[in-house]
Design a protein around this ligand. Sequence first.
Ligand SMILES: [Zn+2]
Ligand SMILES: [Zn+2]
Length: 245
Amino acid sequence: MRCQPHYKRPVYIWLKNKQHCLLCDEPADGQIPICTACETDLPWLGDQCVTCALPLAASLTCGACLQDPPAFEQVAVPWTYSFPMDTLITRFKHNGKWPLGHLLADVLGEFLQHRFEEDLPRPDALLPVPLAPKRLRQRGFNQAAMLAQWLGKSLDLPCEEHSLLRVQDTDAQQTLNAKARKRNLRHAFALSPDAQVKGRHLALVDDVLTTGATAQALARLLMDAGAARVDVYCLARTPKPGDPA
Ligand SMILES: [Zn+2]
Ligand SMILES: [Zn+2]
């Protein structure tokens, strides 16, 4: 076995560096398959509501959060739901392009790690937003659960996939206005009997935050069950329907 190389590390590094950007196919130099140019070009969310991350002209608390403070503490989200984020999420969600989802989860993980070092307390666990059983059957996977698992791995946090249950199939939320969504969601979720909630800081994980009604319904449920704090992590944030973008 003398012809075997003694030192395997250079080979490993060479393999690692042979990554290409998943978005433009140029070589990617980091740990994650995205090049610096593509990462910079993503629609990074600027000034936003300090609670619900609604895009705003300045960083303050939006009118809705002032008037009716949500049950969650803070939404941590890197991007707006606009090009190319909308296309990337759609390809992951509806066309089953898992490497794209994994890539987005990895960049979200880096963003969160940075926030943990700056101002955001690390949660005790990640809880993916459950998918309605009908949807799960149609799609074959829960995109929020996959994101939460990848995030859990990169951030070294437990992902508790079965704590939250969707007990009632709700109609496709996209077709409903904010008020109807809220009404629709109030009884849609429940806690699994073995969910660990009391005194814990939990973070909900979803792909896109639209009105925040789902996050609000789940955060209310968790806070009522004794959670110490609930945050929300997601990939992209849309402006509220009817609001100027
Ligand atoms: Zn690229
Ligand atoms: Zn707000």
